[in-house]
Design a protein around this ligand. Structure first.
Ligand code: BES
Ligand code: MN
Ligand code: ZN
Length: 491
């Protein structure tokens, strides 16, 4: 699909479908919309009346335009109230326009939406992201070529945004990262394994010239990564500790580390997941790693003046005669000992050694992303990720980045007194606390492996996947986290 910007006024644009954004108080047509309606012989007004279109955010309507006009279909997209227009509203409006054009079998689409905050670049980027992500459909595992192809929107023009080519390029680079994350997360555990994750990292390194280091089991043993290796020991597949580095030309403005939980499958281990626990969805337990590699792909193209380390301690949590036993005591690479009272709390064990590794790189800040707890999904639902950080500065940076990126984060408490529940009689700590506050104790566990580097933890167990179509997310993996990470690194 080709994405272009133009200054052609919407009255003069010609093509298959013209999508026009309307605010809630705009359904009484004024100015050039009245002129457009006249040009379309009253079709606009009819469409508004017939569909009782009120301009509500997320609503849309489409109809055929009579012959003799330069366009075939007109699409209305609701924008809600004009004050407090959000970038995310435009992203979703771009998605709604693209989806409607696709449904109406239109090959060319013109989109006319208002500016956000007087910022043409941010506006163009957001709309382009919405279009691109909405039109992405994962047919890799379908055998039917009909389903693979379908009717395609071939050309999209953003009206009134002439000159914003760079913003479109940026959007496409970011979306290539989001789509990589979606593809990694959606692929099953027999396709995406620790080995293929490492291969994906290697492909990114080769394509964009990043540095790549893969630590094999023996390398991790030498570094004393007993927590990570304890999780990895039941798998027939080798663990792969992935460390990909983007270095800008010249002196970096800052140095950051991004860590993603990379469990390519989580059976629970000997504390096996019971039926009904969604074990068949545990292919998504590398959502953090997917976002990390997706962000790497985007950042490698965007080339900011920031050094970024992308890390994932990838493995599977399996069952075999080699499996760690409940009650085992593991020693992490910072020397801390952990009593395993639940083998299903494995993500935090892999992250523990990854956090110690990241801090040794001497970075200015560390962010980890993990499909860490079902408790976080219970607390915040499917569309919001939890954010924990002892640092107000990093927390605020991430909240701001996520707002612009249209990915919802909610800051959660780092309630130190709850660490009481993680005390072990025999070791420094247990790996799980009591059920209440399970997402908080998980964050407190991670905190034991960070000494002084400003750090934040994102629990993305909910938003990595959607069952129903929602805006620019089609059913399946969302690629959650990539846009926030990119926006944070660039900030
Ligand atoms: N990968 C799961 C968390 C998860 C659950 C992600 C549901 C997505 C959807 C994690 O490894 C896990 O099993 N967590 C346990 C922790 C418990 C044993 C303390 C959980 O949430 O039940
Ligand atoms: Mn688990
Ligand atoms: Zn897990």
């Amino acid at each position: 699909m080709e994405l272009r910007v133009t200054n052609t006024p919407r009255l003069e644009w010609t093509g298959d479908a013209l999508a026009v954004g309307l605010f809630e108080d705009q359904v009484e047509l004024t100015d050039d919309l009245a002129a457009l309606d006249e040009k379309l012989s009253g079709t606009l007004k009819e469409l508004i009346t017939e569909t009782e279109f009120k301009g509500k955010e997320g609503s849309s309507a489409a109809t055929r335009v009579g012959g003799g006009s330069g366009i075939r279909k007109i699409i209305l997209v609701g924008l809600g109230k004009p004050d407090g227009l959000k970038l995310e509203t435009l992203r979703r409006a771009g998605a709604a326009s693209a989806k409607a054009a696709k449904k109406e079998k239109c090959k060319t689409l013109g989109i006319s939406l208002p500016l956000w905050n007087g910022d043409a670049a941010a506006t163009a980027q957001a709309i382009a992201e919405g279009v691109e992500l909405a039109l992405y459909q994962d047919t890799r595992f379908k055998s039917d070529p009909e389903e693979k192809q379908g009717p395609k929107v071939e050309q999209v023009e953003l009206l009134g945004l002439g000159g914003q080519e760079a913003a479109i390029t940026r959007a496409r680079q970011i979306c290539s990262g989001v789509i990589l994350a979606r593809e990694l997360v959606a692929a099953p555990a027999n396709i995406v394994t620790p080995v293929t994750l490492a291969e994906t990292a290697s492909a990114i390194a080769q394509e964009y010239g990043l540095e790549l280091e893969i630590l094999e089991r023996e390398d991790c043993e030498k570094l004393g990564m007993g927590a990570y290796l304890g999780v990895a020991q039941a798998s027939d597949l080798p663990p792969k500790f992935i460390h990909l580095t983007y270095k800008p030309e010249g002196t970096p403005r800052r140095k950051l580390a991004i860590i993603g939980k990379g469990l390519t499958f989580d059976s629970g281990g000997l504390n096996i997941k019971v039926s009904g626990s969604g074990i068949e969805m545990m292919k998504t337990d590398m959502g953090g790693a997917g976002a990390t590699l997706g962000a790497a792909k985007a950042i490698a193209q965007l080339k900011p003046d920031v050094e970024v380390h992308f890390i994932s301690a990838a493995t599977e949590n399996m069952i075999s005669g080699h499996a760690m036993h409940p009650g085992d005591i593991l020693t992490a690479s910072n020397g801390k000992t952990i009593e395993i009272n639940n083998t299903d709390a494995e993500g935090r064990l892999t992250l523990a050694d990854a956090l110690v590794f990241a801090e040794k790189l001497g970075v200015d800040a560390i962010v980890d992303l993990a499909t860490l707890t079902g408790a976080c999904v219970i607390a915040l639902g499917d569309n919001i990720a939890g954010l924990w950080s002892p640092s107000d500065e990093i927390a605020d940076q991430l909240l701001k980045a996520s707002e612009l990126a249209g990915e919802k984060l909610w800051r959660m408490p780092m309630e130190e007194t709850y660490f009481e529940g993680m005390k072990s009689v025999v070791a420094d700590m247990k790996n799980t606390g009591p059920r209440p506050g399970g997402a908080i104790t998980a964050a407190l566990f991670l905190k034991q492996f960070v000494k002084e580097t400003p750090w934040a933890h994102l629990d993305i167990a909910g938003p990595v996947w959607v069952d129903k179509e929602n805006g620019y997310n089609n059913p399946g993996a969302t690629g959650f986290g990539v846009r926030t990470l990119v926006s944070w690194v660039l900030s």
